[in-house]
Design a protein around this ligand. Structure first.
Ligand code: ADP
Ligand code: MG
Length: 234
């Protein structure tokens, strides 16, 4: 009997996840459809056309992020671990968000040390960096600076710092950061991004530290154990 109870609990969790995913993904898909529909008009101005296209792409990326964030919990071990080059992963994530950053007049500044390798699932690490960068940009709807750096620390750890000059968080908001479904972005947010970040980094043996000041900005500092073997070989 006990076993049966546990099983039905698990089914409940899965169906809750499935319901949330379909609900959350519907918004970006509806928005994308609307913009594609408008793009059918041949007399559309070039500037508007670009805006519609970029928004459609952004919304599709958002749908993908939502699905990936949920999958991190629904399918905990989906990929094998490998060596990850921290600098490469950051560069890839920055390339993806560049149109989004430009749209909000966010300037990206980077200071990336080369040759830092860590161990993990690369797509999850990518997701994690992307989630933090996106939060940073979303905190600066009227522009600002996103400063991202990675360096080696003394104790064979790497540190990654992602800093924004955005809206910041109050002490109460900061305390809730990472709680499932905590979001200040209404229907635009899922409140899963930070939960995913914490889980991925902790699974990699690292830590996440957040400092924030309302109306001044936020800084995320990630530390991760370096892959020694790889370092000695290169
Ligand atoms: P979402 O982005 O979908 O709202 P997240 O888990 O990524 O969910 O973030 C949860 C909440 O934490 C956000 O809604 C926001 O209120 C706050 N937050 C996260 N990152 C930042 C940041 N860089 N600056 C200000 N607030 C942030
Ligand atoms: Mg987010």
């Amino acid at each position: 009997l006990h076993n049966a109870v546990i099983k039905s609990d698990k089914i409940e969790v899965v169906s809750h996840l499935a319901a949330s995913v379909s609900h959350e993904v519907r918004n970006p898909l509806t928005v994308t459809r609307g913009f594609l529909q408008m793009l059918k008009d041949p007399s559309i101005e070039e500037e508007k056309r670009l805006y519609y296209l970029n928004t459609a792409i952004y919304e599709l990326d958002r749908a993908e992020t939502i699905i990936k964030d949920y999958l991190t919990f629904a399918k905990p071990q989906s990929e094998t671990t490998s060596t990850i080059c921290v600098q490469n992963e950051i560069e890839k994530a920055l390339e993806l968000v560049l149109p989004y950053a430009n749209h909000f007049s966010v300037k990206i500044k980077k200071d990336l040390m080369t040759g830092l390798n860590v161990i993990g699932e690369s797509s999850k690490f990518h997701q994690c960096i992307l989630n933090i960068i996106k939060n940073g940009i979303e905190a600066m709807p009227n522009g600002g600076d996103l400063i991202i750096s990675c360096r080696e620390m003394a104790n064979n750890y790497a540190s990654i710092t992602i800093k924004d000059t955005g809206c910041g968080m109050s002490a109460q908001q900061l305390a809730k950061l990472g709680e499932p479904y905590f979001s200040t972005k209404a229907e635009k947010g899922t409140g899963l991004g930070m939960m995913v970040v914490n889980k991925i980094i902790h699974d990699m043996g690292g830590t996440v530290e957040v400092k924030s000041k309302l109306n001044e900005g936020t800084q995320f500092k990630i530390t991760l154990p370096l892959n020694d073997i790889e370092k000695r070989e290169t």
